[in-house]
Design a protein around this ligand. Structure first.
Ligand code: ATP
Ligand code: NCN
Length: 223
């Protein structure tokens, strides 16, 4: 069977239950041989709040208790320059070979702005995409930028076909419905009183326990 490597890139500032659910869903649907988490230095975001080592440590803690294995691949942080996914994929394709199925995972918010990514049309020559629904972001073709909708219409496939193809296919998972964002978590933590007792937001419902402990122990996201 074709070797399949799934990739989940992100800022993870901090990692939250939405990320873990997205990874778990595609771990189940695609059964990849490897699932790599790629913490990025995103060029479209002004600056991240947590440092690189903290983001990596939080990722390790977030996925530690899961039933599927992940590898935290720090190449984008190690590169030290703003992340362009197309560059990462060129490197991975050279390492993994032409036959491997490479699947880049994302939420619907990123599909909606895929046409703003560096050399986005080249992504389809390098990898497959697996996109999950996210509350507030439509997956419907008529709600996507026309050029993205056009690519989607031509490439739409079942998860099994994506797993078997080296590149060029897109599968959608419409069942995910986790209404969590890192922005919401940073905002809640920024407002939290010094005692650590959050007044309005149940942070435990948003962030894995080990990650929340780490955030509190290291005093992250205090404004
Ligand atoms: N709740 C969610 N449901 C589905 N996909 C998600 C969810 N949260 C994040 N993702 C996806 O995970 C990847 C990394 O997301 P990212 O680290 O930017 O988190 P975020 O919550 O969107 O962050 P921020 O609020 O800082 O923009 C992206 O592909 C994004 O679409
Ligand atoms: O390559 C690009 O131009 C590009 C533009 C926006 C986002 N991405 C990637 O998409 C992933 C999610 O990004 P973000 O901003 O939601 O954390 C992460 O791996 C980013 O490097 C990539």
């Amino acid at each position: 069977m074709t070797r399949c490597v799934a990739l989940l890139g992100g800022s993870f500032d901090p990692v939250h239950h939405g990320h873990v659910a997205l990874a778990a869903l595609f771990a189940e649907l695609l059964r990849p041989d490897e699932l790599r988490i790629l913490p990025a230095l995103p060029w479209q975001k002004a600056s991240l709040q947590a440092g690189e080592r903290d983001r990596i440590r939080m990722l390790e803690l977030a996925f530690a208790g899961e039933s599927f294995d992940v590898v935290i691949d720090t190449r984008e942080i190690d590169r030290g320059t703003p992340t362009y996914t197309v560059e990462t994929l060129r490197g991975l394709r050279a390492e993994l070979g032409d036959a491997a199925s490479i699947v880049f995972l994302m939420g619907a918010d990123q599909l909606q702005k895929l046409d703003t990514w560096r050399d986005w049309q080249e992504l389809f020559a390098l990898c497959n995409l697996a996109v999950a629904a996210r509350p507030g972001y439509a997956l419907d073709e008529d709600r996507l930028p026309p050029a993205v909708a056009d690519q989607l219409a031509r490439r739409l496939a079942a998860p099994g076909e994506v797993r078997a193809a080296s590149h060029g296919k897109v599968c959608l998972a419409r069942t995910l419905a986790v209404d969590i964002s890192a922005t919401q978590i940073r905002n809640a933590l920024g407002k939290e009183p010094a005692t650590g007792a959050d007044q309005g937001t149940d942070l435990g419902a948003l962030v894995p326990r080990g990650v929340l402990d780490y955030i509190q122990q290291h005093n992250l996201y205090k404004s």
